[in-house]
Every structure is written in structure tokens, then in C-alpha cells.
Ligand binder design. Structure first.
Ligand code: ADE
Length: 446
């Protein structure tokens, strides 16, 4: 068995919990997965014996996040989707506190588990899955529904090798909010997210879904992620630059389509229609047949019979959207404890990174002022700053040398990196703390 590093799986499955509970005509069984919205459980219709998957959404979380209307719209859009490569929504039920989405049950496994245990797929097999992925995703786009969180964990493969996409249209929850309603940086999804989303520039749902399909194709054909790093700041840099390795052993056709999809510029990135015209993609392609039927789907409006905020309430609500991007989130999550700034793998705590909204020029000036106040000497070369403090009595004892670099993430967002070359750890810590204070970066003061 091959175990590959495909990033941290977003949600671990519990095999047995709460089995035997009844929900109308359904009997609930084991947990199949845990998504952004809550648990997905196996269920059986006790009249027909048919298996289903039921997604359980906590109503309070939706109310708390002030996204009731969004969820309503998205679930209504979901009922329009009827495609062999998209998990079907059969009906929506509600209790006082929960919404239950009754979904098609897919026997098989997540693409994540398939690749993690077996490794990369032969090109022909990978292409077949990719063709189905593009069929399903482009069909949903034609209905005005975008996924925005496509990743291996959201792609199921049934026993016959048929691909089914889950969680389509359920993107109303901001990525950082999960079922517990708390802020989370999404390490798993970050590997799949398009650069324009990271840069918070506003994005087109179709082209960012194309990007994520490209990441999935890359993993399927190579067995590893195109963009990966233990440090989120570095990972985002790679994504923003479209900086990935192109394995020479892939066919020219596969390399070409991957390059055209993983184009960091969404304006020049290949479109769904162009993917379907690509020679490598078209080999052996049989577009899935699907009927646009809507019968059998019943959305119970009771499911949405929940308090909706008035305009005034909405305006004064503390839950109004916060326009922050993933980088600022990392900054915020590090506020709690200075030790979080230091890279875990670096036992000597040599390196720290943090984000700032000041321009590179202003940052460098402020850093220079701050360190000269501590009587450090500054040398600037190639956009980097070397900061030195020498012990006059002893050349090495008590002396410190630090390299400081500023990386531009977007026009208003920068990452500052401090790297200790050598010297006293406690003096380095003092320097880091003073710099964070002087730059107004929140951290624990002690
Ligand atoms: N895990 C998540 N959704 C599922 C589904 N519809 N069928 C089987 N397993 C799942």
C-alpha cells in the first residue's frame, strides 16, 4: 500500500456513532463523513430498503452566521441539479433544530482515499475521471451553481469507477467557518484554492472551479499536490505565483492541459468550453447523458422557517461579512500566542513570519527605525535587510545576526520574515517582540 502526502484530510470519519436513530421513514446509521456543514450519515428508507446519505445541518449555526437566505437559495439551486456525476438531492426535511438533506448514497470511496492508498493513476484512468469531473462541474455551472470548494475529499468514486461530486452549491458558508461556527484557516482547501480567491480580488466562480479541477487532475496523475508547504504563507506564495513542478514523465498533452488550467491569471486561464476542445481531454470522451428532470425532489419550506433578520438588524449585526483574506486570518490566529509565530519544525525557533498591511517601503523603514533603537546595525542588499548586534568585548558571545525579508502577497498585504543566522535566542526574542509591537502586530505580550 502506498501512503502519499496529499495534505491533511479535512475531516476524519468516525465509523460508528448514533446508529439506529429514526428520522421519519429513514433509519440513520454510521457517519460517512464530516463536511463544512456538519455530519453526513448513512440512512436506509425503512419502507423501500433503499440506502441514502443524509447531511445534517444545525439550524442555529446558519442563523448565527446570518446566512439563512444564502442557504435557502443554494438548496433551491441544488434541487435543479440532475447529473450522473453530481450527488443527487432527493428531499429536505427539518426538525426544530436541524435541516436534513437526503442525498444519493454512493458506494465506493473518496478520491482522496483512492489516491492516498494506491498512488497516482495511469493517465488513461485519470483522464476518464477528469472527463467526468469536468462534465459534472460544467453542467452545474450551466445551471448557475458553483462549487468553490472542489477537492479530492468532495469527489466520490463508486464501485464501477463512476465519479460523483458532493457538496455542490453548499458554498454559502464562508470557508473559514465550519460547523462549530468558529473561525478556521482551511489548511486542506488551501492546496486547491485559486490565486484570485487568496488575493481577495473578487473572483469568477467558474474559473476558480476550473483551477481546483486542475489541482485534482494533477494529484490524480502524479500522486502529489502541485502546491504544498507546511507553512501556509509559503503555500500561498506558491499558489499566487502558479509555482509548481511539471513532471517530465507526464505526456506532453497532460502537461499542456495542466499548465493551461493552473494559470494564475483567471483572465487567460483555460475555460470549461476550451477544456472540452483540448485534444488530450477529448481522447475517448463520451459526454454523459443526462435528463433535466426535476420530479422527485421536494424541498420542504418548513426547513427554512427560521427567524430572518430585518434590514436594520442585519446592519447592526456583529455577523456582517468581514472582508479579510486568508492571510489576515493567519495573522489573527497567531495573535493569541507569540510562540505560534515560530515555525514548529524549527526547534531553535530561528524563523518567524507575520503579515502586515503596510507597504514594503514603509515596512522596511519602520523595521529599520525599530532595530536601530535597539542599537542594531543595518545592512540592506537585494531587498533584504541584515540586522546585526555585536558584543564589543567578545566577537561572538552575545552577538546576533538576523536577516529580514518582506514578501508582497497582494498590493495591500505583505509577509515579513525574520531569520536568525546566529546569536542569542533571548536577544532574538526581544528583537521579535519589539518589532511586532512597533509594527502594531498583535501578539501575546509576555
Ligand atoms: N460521504 C459523503 N457524502 C456521501 C454520499 N453521498 N454517499 C456516500 N458517502 C458519502
Amino acid at each position: 500500500m502506498v501512503i502519499l502526502n496529499l495534505g491533511k484530510k479535512q475531516n476524519k470519519k468516525k465509523l460508528h456513532s448514533g446508529e439506529g436513530v429514526r428520522l421519519g421513514k429513514y433509519e440513520l446509521g454510521r457517519i460517512l463523513g464530516e463536511g463544512n456543514f456538519g455530519k453526513v450519515k448513512f440512512a436506509r428508507n425503512t419502507d423501500s430498503g433503499q440506502p441514502y446519505a443524509i447531511k445534517i445541518i444545525d439550524k442555529n449555526k446558519i442563523i448565527d452566521l446570518n446566512i439563512t437566505n444564502q442557504i435557502k437559495r443554494e438548496i433551491c439551486a441544488l434541487k435543479l441539479l440532475r447529473h450522473p456525476n453530481v450527488v443527487k438531492l432527493y428531499e429536505v426535511l427539518a426538525s426544530k433544530t436541524k435541516i436534513y438533506m437526503v442525498l444519493e448514497y454512493v458506494t465506493g470511496e473518496e478520491l482522496f482515499d483512492k489516491i492516498a492508498s494506491k498512488g497516482k493513476l495511469p493517465e488513461g484512468e485519470g483522464r476518464k475521471l477528469f472527463q467526468q469531473l469536468i462534465d459534472g462541474v460544467s453542467y452545474c455551472h450551466s445551471k448557475g451553481v458553483f462549487h468553490r470548494d472542489l477537492k479530492l475529499e468532495n469527489v466520490l468514486v463508486d464501485a464501477k469507477g463512476n465519479l460523483k461530486i458532493t457538496d455542490f452549491g453548499l458554498s454559502a458558508l464562508p470557508q473559514q467557518f465550519r460547523a462549530d461556527g468558529l473561525l478556521h484557516t482551511t489548511c486542506g482547501s488551501a492546496n486547491y484554492v485559486a490565486p484570485e480567491i487568496l488575493a481577495n480580488r473578487g473572483y469568477n466562480g467558474a474559473s476558480s472551479d476550473v483551477w481546483s479541477c486542475g489541482v485534482i487532475l494533477y494529484v490524480v496523475l502524479t500522486g502529489f499536490l502541485p502546491f504544498d508547504d507546511r507553512n501556509l504563507a509559503v503555500l500561498y506564495q506558491k499558489v499566487l505565483k502558479g509555482d509548481f513542478q511539471k513532471p517530465k514523465w507526464l505526456s506532453a498533452g497532460a502537461q499542456n492541459i495542466i499548465k493551461r488550467i493552473l494559470d494564475p491569471n483567471p483572465k487567460t486561464r483555460i475555460t470549461m468550453a476550451e477544456i472540452k476542445e483540448d485534444l488530450w481531454f477529448k481522447e475517448g470522451y463520451n459526454q454523459a447523458y443526462h435528463e433535466d428532470e426535476e420530479d422527485g425532489v421536494y424541498v420542504d419550506d418548513q426547513a427554512f422557517n427560521i427567524h430572518e433578520l430585518s434590514h436594520e438588524e442585519e446592519k447592526s449585526s456583529s455577523q456582517s461579512p468581514i472582508r479579510i483574506n486568508a492571510f489576515q486570518l493567519i495573522g489573527m490566529s497567531s495573535c493569541l500566542d507569540l510562540s505560534g509565530f515560530f515555525e514548529k519544525e524549527d526547534v531553535s525557533e530561528r524563523k518567524i513570519r507575520f503579515t502586515a498591511n503596510l507597504s514594503a517601503k514603509v515596512l522596511m523603514e519602520k523595521i529599520e527605525d525599530s532595530v536601530t533603537e535597539m542599537e542594531f546595525r543595518v545592512q540592506k542588499k537585494n531587498g533584504k535587510m541584515k540586522v546585526m548586534q555585536e558584543n564589543k568585548d567578545h566577537k561572538t558571545l552575545g552577538s546576533l545576526s538576523v536577516i529580514i525579508e518582506v514578501f508582497e502577497i497582494s498590493s495591500s498585504l505583505y509577509v515579513v520574515e525574520l531569520r536568525k543566522c546566529y546569536g542569542d535566542a533571548s536577544v532574538y526574542r526581544q528583537l521579535c517582540k519589539k518589532l511586532l509591537n512597533d509594527l502594531g502586530v498583535p501578539h501575546e505580550k509576555h
